[in-house]
Write a protein that binds this ligand. Sequence first.
Ligand code: ARG
Length: 364
Amino acid sequence: MPHTSTRLLHEAETFIRTAYTEWGRTDEIGSRLREIASDIGLLGRYEHTREEAEYGARLAWRNSNRCIGRLFWRSLRLLDFRQLSREEDIYEALLQHIDFATNKGNILPTLSLFAADTEGSEHRVRLWNHQLIRYAGYVTENGVIGDPASIRLTRAAEQLGWRGAGTAFDVLPLIVQIGTRKPRWFPIPQELVLEVPLHHPELDWFASLGLRWYTVPMIADMRLEIGGIHYPCAPFNGWYMGTEIGARNLADADRYNMLPIVAARMGLDTSTNVSLWKDRALLELNASVLHSFKSAGVSIVDHHTASEQLMRFEQQERQAGRAVTGDWTWLIPPVSPATTPVWGHAYANEIVKPNFFAPTDSPY
Ligand code: ARG
């Protein structure tokens, strides 16, 4: 057996043993492993059953060191699109994901699985998008309009023939590439994009800033690895923690950079750090995100509750006899981190598989 096959079989075995043991079905391990060994021997690959794929995706979430929301790993639902091979069909599947996961605001953690890369590089499915829904960013003479994080992808989309309306919140198209074929872009129908306009529980002027955010963060560019099988296209989502929007997307100086504007409207002295204008503006921006999502009936979690949920996850994992891995620098929330129990915890940042992996190269 070639070296790569030995390795694949080894990875498969580790995963199959873990999954079937956690399911209490150890009696099936032997026969399943013989089947997999035979497939690998004959074809150099094996296929996950639907339930193996779904559980593998759940384990990848459980093993995501940077995720504070892992308590809910068992609730991840798999949409199985592995058989699709045409751009149009993949596009339709992505729309189905968006609609299913959004669920009118009662967000469902969902992962869509597309073909494994064992199908050969000419069939490899890849999304150019970082998230299924994200705002475009345009460089203009008067600075950037929209999300500066999307400038390169926006240019790439324009080169493929897409034209945005030019607002600060234009939803980018889906860009699907199969193998080395020319990528194709598809618009997301506006009625599938649930967004929340931001307002504030006390500051009446806040709504006039015209801020908004989309409701479902669907990471689209990470590779999913389960039992030695690589899935280059496996977009997944949970729901937002408020600070992702209020303390990063809308606040970072290299994103929407709203703190100076919010602080000015609050009448704060922005000429000195000692007024703590950034901190005060940050707090109200975050209050508005949580308040607006809540009053729109859209799933969201504040960072205190999310931290408590992470503590429960850690407890659960310890009780199950498993070590919790984590990346402390990502797990602490960007607002008031030392007020949360995550602050005082230490985590081993070891990579356990199944897991999600950031792309190593950019397709555009
Ligand atoms: N931080 C990213 C954003 O603000 C989303 C990452 C995934 N977040 C999540 N809650 N699952 O868009």
